[in-house]
Design a protein around this ligand. Structure first.
Ligand code: BGC
Length: 740
C-alpha cells in the first residue's frame, strides 16, 4: 500500500514537472489564441520578421528555436504542383511529386454539386499532405467577366451565388486535412492582360453583388485560413496591400482571422504592406516585379526594410505582432497540428474522385436526333479528329500546371471502350509541351499542310459512322493560360474550316470542346452534338468516354453564359475591356461599365441571344418539373419563404437534373436584373422516379447592395421566383410580396 502511494505521488510530481516544462504554446489542450500569445511573446524581432516573408519560392520559415516548422505553400488549384528548385521556377526533378490532376475548377463549378466540391477539397488535401504542403494556393473564385480571360478555367464561373456554394465545401474539404486554403485572387482580377497594371474602377454595388460574394462565403462560411491578394489595383492601390479590400472589408467587415498572402510579386511597397493588411509576402524578387538573379529574400518589402523602419521608430511592433499572430494561428492550424494525417498521393480514391467530378461536370450542350450516347455494343466505326484528342493538357497554363502520374487522353479513353477507333489530326495547334521543366514527352510534330490535314480527315470521315472532333483551346500563351488573355473569341488553328469540311462529309458529327472558356461556334447548326469537355486532368479520356458511351449520363450545367459573339458580352459591348492607359503608361484603368450586368444578367438587359444559356445542360433522359408553389404569398420579418416543386425523371435512364431558382424584384428603387440565381439543387432520379425539391428564400436572397447606405437592403414589394432547368428554361413562376 505504502509503495503504491509513493508511486502515485511520484507520477503526479512527474506530470506536473512535465507540464511546468512544456511551454503554453505547445500545450494542445489550450485554446489556439492562448498558444499564439505565448509563442508571440517568446519570439525575437528577427524571428517575427522572418515568418512574414518567403525564404524560397514557395516556403517561409518557421521558428526553429521554438520548434515551429517551415511553412510550405504550393499551387493549386487542380492538383499539387511539382516541387521547384529552392530559388528557381524550374522543377526540382523529384521522383515523388507526380500527382493526380483533378478537373479544372470550371468543370467543378459545372457539376453544380457542392458534394463534388467537398470531395475535391478532401482529395486534394490528402495529396497535399503527402507532398508536405501546408497551404494550397487556391481555389480561385474570380468572376467570369469576359471569355477572353486566360484564367477563367481556374475559376468557378460568372455567378456569385454558384461560386459561393461551390467554394465553401472545397475550402472545408481541404482544411479538414489540416491544409490551408488560400482563396485567390482577392479581388477584381478578372482578366490577365496587364494584370500588374490594371486599376479596376467598379461601382460599390457590382463589387459587393458580383465580385465579392464568393470570397465572403469562403471566409465567413468556409472559414478559409488564407486569402491571396490579387495583382491588380483597386482605387489606385495594389490589392496585396489595399486598405479598403483588406483592412476594411476582409478583416473588418468579414472578421477574417487568417493570413493575407501576397500573390507572387504582388507586393510593391513596405509602408502599404505594413499598414494595409498584408501578412505574408511571397515572390517579390529583388525589387518588386523586376526579375533579379536571385530572390534576395532580405530585400523583400516586409524584410530588412521593415525591420530597419521599426528600429528607426517609424513603426511600433503593433502591426508586426498582428501579422505574426495570424501566421502563428496558421501554424497551429496546420504544421503544428499533430493530429493531421500523412496523406496519400495518387491513390485510387483520388482517381475515382477526379473521374466522378468530371462525369458530373461535363456538359452536354446539344444532342440532335439523340445522337449521343453511342453504344459500344453496336461496334460503330468511330473517327476521332483533332489535336485535343491526344494533347496532354495538364502541362501548361501557368502556375496551375502539373506533373501527373498519368493522364488518359480522349483518344485512349475511347479506344478502351470502342473496338473501331481511327484517328486523324485535322489541325495543328501547339506542338510544344513543357512548363517549368516538366515535359509531356509527346511528339506532336506534323509535316502535312493544313489543307492536307483537312483532306485526310474528310476522306476518313466519309467512311465513319460517327466523327468525334476534339477541338477548342489549349494551355498555351494567349489561350487558356495565365499571364495573357485570348486575342479573339474564335477557335484557333483553323478549326472552323476543319469542322465545316467534316460536317459536309458526315452528318454524325460530335464536337467536344476542350477549354475553360466558350468560343464562337459559327458552324453550330451543322453539327449534331456538342459536348463541353473542359480540362479534366488525369482522367480526361475515361470521363469523356463515360459520357460519350452513356456509361455516365451527363448532368453538368454551364457555369457561364456562352455568347454567340464577343460583342454580346456586356464588358465588350460597352468598350469596357481592357481599359485605358494613363498618360504615364504605368496604369491602365479598367472601368467595369456594365456594373452588375455580368453574364446572364447582361443577356436579359441587352437582349442578346447566347448560343447556350447560363445553367444549360442536357441529359440522356428527360425530366418534368411540376408547378412550383410557395408555402405563403408574403414574406415578412426574418421568416423565410419556401418554394416546393416536384421533379420527375420521365425518360428511360437514371440521371440528374439541376433545378434552379432565380429571383426577380418586380419594382425597385434601383435597376435590378431580370433574374438572379438564389438557390439550386441537383436531383438524382431513377426512370419514373419523382421527388419534391424545396427551396428557402430569405431576406438576404431578396436584397441588393444599397450604395447610398453602404449595406444590403431588401425593399418591400412584389417579387417573382422563377424556377427552371437553366437561366433560359423557366417552367414556373411564383409571385410573392415582401412586407416590411
Ligand atoms: C499566380 C498565382 C500563383 C502564384 C504562385 C502567380 O503568378 O497568379 O495564382 O499561386 O503565381 O505560383
Amino acid at each position: 500500500m505504502m509503495k503504491r502511494t509513493l508511486l502515485t505521488v511520484l507520477v503526479l510530481i512527474g506530470t506536473v514537472a512535465c507540464r511546468a516544462q512544456q511551454p503554453a504554446y505547445l500545450d494542445e489542450t489550450l485554446p489556439i489564441e492562448q498558444r499564439v500569445d505565448d509563442a508571440l511573446r517568446r519570439m525575437t524581432l528577427d524571428e517575427k520578421i522572418a515568418v512574414i516573408h518567403a525564404q524560397s519560392k514557395f516556403s517561409s520559415p518557421g521558428v526553429k528555436r521554438l520548434g515551429l516548422p517551415d511553412f510550405w505553400t504550393d499551387d493549386g488549384p487542380h492538383g499539387v504542383r511539382p516541387d521547384v528548385l529552392w530559388d528557381e521556377w524550374e522543377q526540382a526533378g523529384q521522383t515523388n511529386d507526380s500527382c493526380v490532376a483533378f478537373p479544372a475548377l470550371t468543370c467543378l463549378a459545372a457539376t453544380w454539386n457542392p458534394q463534388m466540391a467537398l470531395l475535391y477539397g478532401q482529395s486534394l488535401g490528402e495529396e497535399a499532405l503527402y507532398r508536405g504542403k501546408d497551404m494550397i494556393l487556391g481555389p480561385g473564385v474570380n468572376i467570369f467577366r469576359t471569355p477572353l480571360n486566360g484564367r477563367n478555367f481556374e475559376y468557378m464561373g460568372e455567378d456569385p451565388y454558384l461560386a459561393s456554394r461551390m467554394v465553401v465545401p472545397y475550402v472545408q474539404g481541404l482544411q479538414q486535412n489540416g491544409v490551408a486554403a488560400c482563396v485567390k485572387h482577392y479581388a477584381l482580377n478578372n482578366d490577365e492582360e496587364y494584370r500588374h497594371q490594371v486599376n479596376v474602377v467598379v461601382s460599390d454595388r457590382a463589387l459587393h453583388e458580383i465580385y465579392l460574394p464568393a470570397f465572403k462565403a469562403a471566409v465567413t462560411e468556409g472559414k478559409a485560413w488564407g486569402i491571396m491578394g490579387a495583382y491588380n489595383l483597386y482605387k489606385d492601390q495594389h490589392n496585396c496591400h489595399n486598405a479598403v479590400m483588406l483592412n476594411q472589408i476582409l478583416k473588418g467587415d468579414w472578421g477574417f482571422d487568417g493570413v493575407v498572402v501576397s500573390d507572387w510579386g504582388g507586393c510593391h511597397d513596405t509602408d502599404e504592406a505594413v499598414r494595409n493588411g498584408l501578412d505574408m509576402e511571397f515572390g517579390t524578387w529583388t525589387d518588386g516585379l523586376t526579375m533579379g538573379a536571385t530572390n534576395a529574400y532580405d530585400n523583400y518589402y516586409l524584410a530588412a526594410a521593415y525591420k530597419q523602419a521599426i528600429k528607426a521608430g517609424k513603426y511600433t511592433t503593433r502591426e508586426l505582432d498582428e501579422k505574426v499572430r495570424r501566421v502563428l494561428r496558421l501554424f497551429f492550424r496546420t504544421t503544428m497540428n499533430r493530429h493531421r494525417g500523412y496523406g496519400f498521393l495518387c491513390s485510387e480514391s483520388h482517381y475515382a474522385a477526379a473521374r466522378k467530378i468530371a462525369g458530373e461536370g461535363i456538359v452536354l450542350l446539344k444532342n440532335d436526333r439523340q445522337l449521343l450516347p453511342i453504344s459500344p455494343t453496336a461496334q460503330p466505326r468511330l473517327l476521332v479528329v483533332g489535336e485535343n484528342a491526344v494533347k496532354m493538357m495538364t502541362v501548361g497554363g501557368g502556375s496551375s500546371s502539373l506533373k501527373v502520374q498519368r493522364e488518359i487522353s480522349p483518344l485512349d479513353g475511347l479506344r478502351a471502350v470502342y473496338s473501331h477507333v481511327d484517328y486523324e489530326r485535322g489541325y495543328v495547334g501547339d506542338t510544344g509541351g513543357q512548363y517549368n521543366g516538366v515535359t509531356t514527352g509527346q511528339d506532336l510534330s506534323e509535316t502535312r499542310t493544313a489543307q492536307q490535314l483537312i483532306a485526310d480527315a474528310v476522306a476518313k470521315a466519309r467512311e465513319a459512322d460517327y466523327v468525334i472532333v476534339f477541338g477548342g483551346l489549349n494551355k498555351s500563351d494567349h489561350q487558356d493560360c495565365e499571364g495573357h488573355d485570348r486575342t479573339d473569341y474564335g477557335l484557333p488553328y483553323g478549326q472552323d474550316q476543319l469542322i465545316e469540311a467534316l460536317a459536309a462529309a458526315n452528318k454524325n458529327i460530335i464536337y467536344v470542346n476542350i477549354s475553360g472558356n466558350p468560343a464562337a461556334l459559327p458552324w453550330l447548326k451543322s453539327v449534331a452534338a456538342v459536348v463541353q469537355g473542359w480540362f479534366i486532368g488525369s482522367e480526361a479520356g475515361e470521363a469523356l468516354a463515360d459520357v460519350i458511351s452513356g456509361a455516365v449520363n451527363p448532368s453538368g450545367k454551364l457555369p457561364f453564359t456562352w455568347p454567340a459573339e464577343l460583342n454580346d458580352v456586356p464588358a465588350h459591348r460597352l468598350g469596357a475591356y481592357p481599359g485605358t492607359w494613363r498618360a504615364d503608361h504605368k496604369v491602365i484603368d479598367e472601368e467595369y461599365k456594365e456594373g452588375i450586368f455580368v453574364g446572364y444578367r447582361g443577356v436579359e438587359k441587352y437582349k442578346t441571344r447566347p448560343l447556350f444559356a447560363f445553367g444549360h445542360g442536357l441529359s440522356y433522359t428527360t425530366f418534368r418539373l411540376g408547378k412550383a408553389q410557395a408555402d405563403k404569398n408574403t414574406i415578412s420579418g426574418d421568416e423565410p419563404l419556401h418554394i416546393t416543386l416536384s421533379v420527375t425523371n420521365t425518360g428511360q435512364k437514371a440521371g440528374a437534373e439541376v433545378v434552379q431558382l432565380y429571383l426577380h424584384d418586380v419594382k425597385a428603387s434601383v435597376e435590378r436584373p431580370a433574374k438572379e440565381l438564389k438557390a439550386f439543387e441537383k436531383v438524382y432520379l431513377q426512370p419514373g422516379e419523382s421527388r419534391d425539391v424545396t427551396f428557402t428564400i430569405d431576406r438576404q436572397s431578396l436584397s441588393f447592395y444599397d450604395e447610398t447606405r453602404g449595406q444590403w437592403t431588401a425593399e418591400p414589394g412584389a417579387f417573382e421566383a422563377l424556377v427552371g432547368t437553366s437561366s433560359a428554361q423557366i417552367s414556373s413562376k411564383v409571385k410573392f410580396t415582401l412586407i416590411k
